[in-house]
Write a protein that binds this ligand. Structure first.
Ligand SMILES: *[C@@H]1O[C@H](CO)[C@@H](O)[C@H](O)[C@H]1NC(C)=O
Ligand SMILES: *[C@@H]1O[C@H](CO)[C@@H](O)[C@H](O)[C@H]1NC(C)=O
Ligand SMILES: *[C@@H]1O[C@H](CO)[C@@H](O)[C@H](O)[C@H]1NC(C)=O
Ligand SMILES: *[C@@H]1O[C@H](CO)[C@@H](O)[C@H](O)[C@H]1NC(C)=O
Length: 762
């Protein structure tokens, strides 16, 4: 299998080319848009001063192993202190956690060395920067290229005349829930086969105990096993804290590091300097294992493999992961239920799951190449290379924010035939399955597989059905990850109109793409309960928070009222979909009447042309009316085409260098809402303008964390820098799934029979 890896990669590249009119995920491709704008500076030919190219661009942070909230390792690239995109010389970090005053570096040591004849080069992390330089081995492999795709980060190197790649693959398999749930990623190091004719090449990598706990002063233990065709290091916190976190890492379960057993593979553990020095001197480990269990930071124990390559086996493939059992716990009328990763239904023991993952690397690489090429082609068709660069960077980040588990049955016990998905609101506060965070995520799920959206809504709907939640509107979230303890006293963060509208909007979006009548019937009563609430409190929303809660409460928010109207309109369609004609007629009439009222109260002529105010009472206000996307995407036609055109024209007056601010009060912008607004544009120029300024923000290199979704539009920095606003770091969050708004619209238009061309004014 390993033998043919390079050939397979070449086949994969050839296999992915397909005619442009083919359908993807059941959606017929519309004709290519007639215009092509001058591309923003996306380049694979530009070298920086250190010799690497970056394609399609150098992102703020590069995903390495990004597969779950607890396997979320990135290479910081932007900002002043980042790696500038060079894999050698900087350590990976968890997300990386980034908040004002944080002194921790959240390092995840992952070291890589390559030995070519007698010379050793560092290519991953910074293993040679410390005590080892005395060995005369301070050479760094020359990075010549970096490319990212939706699922892969590929670094190309040259050392001693040998070309090799280090490919980090975090698979995205939306149509296979069990495989999607595996908390593992690959590192593939493959060397040009011809170079192996005359050279002796071996590769060494290791991980530290930092992958097993967020607290370096903690005692860890470890084991090494050869079974099921693989060698596996498992590293664990000595005292397991089930469902506990430290610095956002899981404090239970095991960090695992594995490779396939074959000739030329040797495992070992020991203090970092000694183990690495052995490889530097001999080109391989000797198979001995350290059993002096100790603290993470005491004579730093590391867990590694050396792999000798050959013409027959020109690649070394490693699996890195973090496994836990149980995964999360979930509130029921009979108490908390522990749920396990969905993969446990296929592989009761994690070593078998790890083995299946490791031994199917070739297949995973082929599938990844296909998935990546399809996404790239879809994105380019919709809005060009810039849009592709945005959604490709968003994919792994979004998929790694939720976990798929076993479900709960009608008897409120774990049901291993059912599936649930749970989302961690990474970085903003760790809330579990926050509705207004599932909401901005959901376009990526509509594009990739709408069933995943149903899995994420399941814990929320089941909790509502349980009767434990006392309020008439949907709960804001279910607790703090991984504890879905619910809010049985109704004391959750109040966002009643926001969450009511979100649930109804997402329910119809799911129904339109899935046709799942049974699902609508099952949840009809709670959907109706929320609609009743919106019909009472939605048109004139009392002072409350919207999803942009960092902006504070406000009465009469026009965008929030619009969400309520979209929600009621969505309920009308749901009723129609299952033949509840009276409800359909009723809710449609309410939504239409509200839309008329809304237009009277919300619009103003003041300033630069007719536009929606931020709140009914403030004549001189404005904001980005991103909930208009619901009317468009769900094909509700509650609002006139004029409104779309007026908003699109007005935004042109408010654009800053790097995008459109959220509203008149600040200069900061949300990346997800800009893509929602882009998807409701009435001109291609307007739509592509949003896309281009967002990619300019990414390429500006001012931020150093996984795709931040809140930034300052004049400067492309985090809030709180250069005198603007105050520090808020929204990073590695699920909401980047919202960047798929344009792609999800294409899918929705196809099932709703909407001609996408009609969206645009000539
Ligand atoms: C490295 O990756 C590049 C780009 O994907 C590819 O063209 C090249 O053949 C790869 N080299 C090796 C040694 O696998
Ligand atoms: C390997 O060595 C042979 C004989 O010296 C030479 O012909 C060949 O070009 C070399 N191959 C590479 C890839 O350097
Ligand atoms: C989850 O709940 C457990 C107690 O059941 C607690 O020990 C743990 O700290 C909680 N986790 C988080 C992240 O709050
Ligand atoms: C909200 O709007 C309603 C209807 O226009 C108005 O009666 C009310 O005074 C407004 N509330 C505030 C706080 O301005």
């Amino acid at each position: 299998m390993l033998l043919s890896l390079v050939a397979l990669l070449a086949t994969a590249a050839a296999a992915v080319a397909r005619p442009a009119d083919q359908t993807v995920f059941g959606v017929p491709a519309p004709p290519s848009p007639p215009h092509r704008r001058p591309s923003v500076e996306l380049s694979s030919s530009r070298h920086d001063s250190h010799g690497s190219t970056f394609s399609p661009l150098l992102p703020p942070a590069i995903p390495l192993a990004v597969k779950s909230p607890y396997l979320n390792a990135w290479l910081s690239a932007g900002g002043d202190d980042g790696s500038k995109g060079y894999l050698a010389g900087s350590w990976a970090r968890h997300w990386p956690v980034h908040y004002a005053g944080s002194q921790r570096d959240h390092r995840l040591s992952w070291a890589g060395l390559i030995r070519i004849d007698d010379e050793v080069f560092e290519f991953l992390g910074a293993p040679l920067s410390g005590a080892l330089s005395f060995l005369g081995s301070d050479k760094v492999a020359q990075q010549t290229a970096f490319t990212y795709t939706a699922t892969r980060s590929i670094f190309t190197f040259e050392a001693a005349g040998v070309e090799f790649n280090a490919t980090f693959l975090s698979p995205v398999t939306p149509n296979d829930v069990v495989r999607q749930s595996l908390p593992f990623s690959y590192l593939v190091v493959d060397v040009n086969r011809h170079a192996l004719e005359n050279r002796t090449v071996s590769v060494y990598t290791d991980i530290s105990g930092e992958w097993a706990t967020g607290d370096s002063s903690i005692d860890i233990t470890w084991t090494y096993k050869s079974e099921a065709g693989i060698g596996t290091h498992a590293v664990s916190r000595k005292k397991q804290l089930v469902f506990g976190e430290h610095a956002e890492q899981a404090e239970w379960g095991h960090a695992v590091y594995a490779t396939a057993l074959r000739k030329g593979v040797v495992a070992g553990s020991g203090s970092a300097d000694k183990l690495r020095a052995r490889f530097i001197r001999h080109g391989k480990l000797d198979g001995t294992h350290d059993v002096r269990y100790r603290r993470v930071d005491n004579d730093q124990p590391v867990f590694g493999f050396s792999v000798t390559l050959s013409e027959q086996e020109p690649a070394a493939i490693f699996t890195i992961g973090h496994v836990r059992d149980p995964y999360v716990n979930y509130v029921t009328p009979k108490g908390q239920v522990s749920l396990s990763g969905a993969w446990t239904t296929r592989w009761p023991h994690y070593v078998d799951a790890l083995s299946a993952f490791q031994l199917s690397a070739s297949r995973a690489l082929l599938e990844a190449a296909r998935f990546d090429a399809t996404l790239r082609e879809d994105a380019r068709r919709v809005s060009g290379d810039a849009y592709a660069a945005i959604v490709e960077l968003s994919t792994r980040q979004a998929f790694a924010t939720f976990e798929l588990t076993t479900g709960v049955g009608d008897d409120w016990k774990e049901d291993r035939d059912e599936v649930m998905a749970h989302l961690k609101e990474i970085s903003s506060n760790g809330d579990m399955t926050t509705i207004d965070v599932v909401f901005p995520l959901h376009p990526i799920l509509l594009y990739a597989n709408p069933t995943l959206l149903a899995h994420l809504l399941e814990p929320l709907l089941r909790y509502t059905h349980s009767g434990l939640y006392p309020n008439r509107w949907p709960v804001h979230d279910l607790g703090t990850y991984p504890n879905a303890t619910g809010y049985n006293r109704g004391d959750d963060e109040p966002m009643p109109v926001e969450e009511g509208g979100n649930m109804l909007w997402m329910s119809l979006a799911y129904f339109q793409l899935s046709g799942d009548v049974k699902w609508v019937e099952k949840h009809y009563d709670v959907l109706k309960q929320w609609t009743t609430f919106l019909a009472e409190d939605g048109l004139v929303p009392a002072e409350q928070l919207s999803t942009d809660d960092f902006a504070g409460t406000l009465a009469n928010q026009t965008n929030l009222a619009m969400k309520a109207i979209v929600g009621i309109g969505a309920m009308a369609e749901l009723a129609k979909g299952i033949g509840r004609w009276t409800d359909w007629v009723h809710y449609r009439a309410v939504a239409e009447a509200f839309a008329t009222e809304w237009t009277k109260m919300a619009m103003t002529e003041s300033g630069e042309g007719r536009h929606a105010k931020l709140s009914y009472q403030d004549e001189d206000s404005w904001g980005i009316l991103y909930n208009l996307f619901g009317d468009r995407a769900l094909n509700l036609k509650l609002f006139d085409q004029e409104l779309y055109e007026e908003q699109a024209a007005f935004y042109q007056h408010k654009l800053e260098r790097y995008g459109l601010p959220l509203d008149h009060r600040h200069r900061w912008a949300k990346t997800d809402w800009q893509m929602f607004a882009a998807a409701s544009s009435t001109t291609r120029k307007g739509r592509d303008g949003f896309v281009d300024s967002l990619v300019d923000f990414l390429a500006a290199g001012k931020v150093d964390a996984p795709f931040p979704d809140l930034y300052e539009t004049p400067t492309a920095t985090f809030p709180g820098r250069e005198g603007l606003d105050w520090p808020i770091y929204f990073i590695a969050r699920p909401v980047v799934g919202g960047h798929f708004a344009l792609l999800s619209l294409e899918a929705a238009d196809a099932v709703n029979g909407v001609d996408p061309e009609e969206r645009f004014r000539a």
